[in-house]
Design a protein around this ligand. Sequence first.
Ligand SMILES: [Zn+2]
Ligand SMILES: [Zn+2]
Length: 310
Amino acid sequence: MAAIRLRFWGVRGSVPCPGPKTVKCGGNTACLELRFGEAGRLVVIDAGTGIRELAAHILKTDLPKGPIKTQLFLTHTHWDHIMGFPFFVPIFIPTTELEVYGPVTYEDDTLDKIVGSMLSYRYWPVRLAELASKIKYFNLKEGSRDLGDGLWLTTKYLNHPILVLGYRFEYQGKVLCTAYDTEPFQNVFNVPADAPGYDAEAFKEGEAAAREENDKVRQFFQGADILVHDTQYTHKEYLAGKVGWGHTSFEEAVNAAGRAGVKRLLLFHHDPDRSDEELERLERRIRAQLAERGSPLQVFVAREGLEVEV
Ligand SMILES: [Zn+2]
Ligand SMILES: [Zn+2]
């Protein structure tokens, strides 16, 4: 019996993109189902549009066994990661107990306000107050916490325009990590040496700070059995005006996973314009390059319905 099982219900970034070009990998936005141990304890990561199908699956497989008690971890509150929440049917069932965790960027914000603002008559005919289930919200910061039954969670701030958490779940000696909606930390004082206001000291400090943060991210997914990583762009696209948008290139994700001794890398948060054909081509190319280098890293394009276990 596997210690950790992962199933993808939504693999897309930014916006849902159904259509003939995305049929194989899927057009739903981020949603991951995790199952732990023999009991199959359920944990959900992100509530993109993929969560609607997950809800149907839970109703079929979990509800007959008893009330649904689960935890939903939001990496952050950008639309593509929360827009499926009103379609997560268990929230309308009175016996459901749901805990929602995630980071908030502004001190006076709370998750229930952010998620709840979607559930107002302006946008949707059901209001947060009308949800029949018991939902508790927890603002999450960087750190570690015991989730009970031997399941341990570590969180790490990543590099995105708002606060994003990477999640590292450890169970029975196995490790699954997520690091998406992120890009490598950059030197924030990186101006050309001949530019007005160039400060050599600040430049040096900026370099050191970026290196230190990137080291921390590497330690965060060091030795992971499974790493689900942002690969929204190719390196070429990234350099052509996407630096600072908060997403990583395929090349960088593969290198980062290799440096950290990751066993299996799942390429995730696909650009809505990326076709199945392109993704398959990129997968083949990356695998060939790794084989040439003799790297033991295994790489897979995340697609809806794909199951990975360890
Ligand atoms: Zn996103
Ligand atoms: Zn985002």
